[in-house]
Unconditional design. Structure first.
Length: 156
């Protein structure tokens, strides 16, 4: 699930506006009697019901912020652009906490081993890999594998 910053902002604003509209309609409904007349007494703003609603609303907003931050961190798409043409071309998980990363710095491509507390250069490529070489030649895409699975073919 990959989000762009603008899409995330739109999602947060939409959720906030819909929650505010729901709260306004609840207040309007509570303020009227069955006959449609307004009640003469307003509810106490410091009642336990109001405090619980406020607390739950705040917890929902905090949970939404934490969830969005987690999604952005896991997707890896929300990285600060580095100067000098530094790009991550690909990566592969080798274990629970170890990764192999292909990094391009200018015209040079480096294969790095990344582990907790350690980054080591494994290989410096003499000739840069072409842009399409990062995908395996014999591996098919998800749509192809799903199509074969639905046709009862063996999925490799």
């Amino acid at each position: 699930m990959v989000f762009r910053a603008q899409q995330l902002a739109t999602l947060v604003i939409t959720c906030t506006v819909s929650c505010a509209a729901a709260a306004e309609s609840a207040v309007e409904t509570a303020g009227k009697t069955a006959g449609g007349r307004s009640l003469s007494t307003a509810p106490d703003p410091i009642s336990m019901t109001s405090l619980w609603q406020l607390t739950l609303g705040m917890l929902m907003v905090l949970a939404l912020i934490v969830g969005i931050a987690w999604v952005l961190k896991r997707s890896g798409r929300f990285q600060v652009a580095a100067g000098g043409g530094l790009r991550i071309l690909g990566g592969l998980s080798m274990g629970a906490r170890e990764r192999v990363v292909l990094l391009q710095v200018g015209e040079t491509q480096l294969l790095l081993g990344v582990a907790p507390g350690r980054v080591q250069t494994l290989h410096v490529l003499e000739q840069p890999l072409p842009a399409g070489a990062s995908t395996l030649q014999n591996a098919s895409g998800f749509a192809d594998q799903l199509g074969r699975f639905l046709k009862k073919e063996k999925v490799s």
